[in-house]
Ligand binder design. Sequence first.
Ligand SMILES: Cc1cc2nc3c(=O)[nH]c(=O)nc-3n(C[C@H](O)[C@H](O)[C@H](O)COP(=O)(O)O)c2cc1C
Length: 212
Amino acid sequence: MATDVLERLKWRYATKKFDASKRLSEEKLSILKESFNLTATSYGLQPLKMIILSNPDLKKLLVPITMDQDQVENASHVLVICTETKIDSDYIKDHFNLVVKIRSTPREILSSFEEYLVSSFSDKQSDELNIWSTNQAYLALGNLLTVCAIEKIDACPIEGFDPDKYDELLQLNEKGLQSVIVLAVGYRAEDDMFSGFDKVRKGVDEVIIEMD
Ligand SMILES: Cc1cc2nc3c(=O)[nH]c(=O)nc-3n(C[C@H](O)[C@H](O)[C@H](O)COP(=O)(O)O)c2cc1C
């Protein structure tokens, strides 16, 4: 089983050329949506949303604001992982309302933790909040990359894009969101030469330090 996982992880690579004629099935998309939602987040607050784009005209518009990387045009779908711009006491209270609703936990059991979170988040400067929520977005990215590998979906994580221009084009600020990271997903083109390249990684013994 462990070998299977490693084989899947070795199979995946940052796809440079997608086959524009191949589309993800609804079943695969649904797996990606669920996996995004199942990502672990700090305190379980899920300060994230994911935009899914597949419209060819819209994907074309993304190319110039993605450092001319045409994966965003040729991929089946472009996933834009966004963070919530406002994490205030109402946001935190809504989370605890959900806990009560789903687990039927009495509110009084949760209230001291809830108060702690409300107070700790109200003390955070906006830069600190941004870093915190951006970290959660990268967790979702990692989760999705692994799920893609297991599901034999090709993917390219993309940091080389202009977040302000994405926010403007997709009207993300109006939705209380800002774009953090992009993930192009679909199927590799047969002639993507990168698919045959050896993985460039340090030796495991170089990156792991075992302490007895
Ligand atoms: C956060 C992040 C951002 C990345 N941004 C880009 C990008 O903008 N364009 C690109 O072609 N690859 C991008 N990559 C892919 C990396 O270059 C690639 O994962 C790395 O070289 C290791 O290669 P592999 O994923 O094929 O094993 C990004 C990867 C990560 C994790």
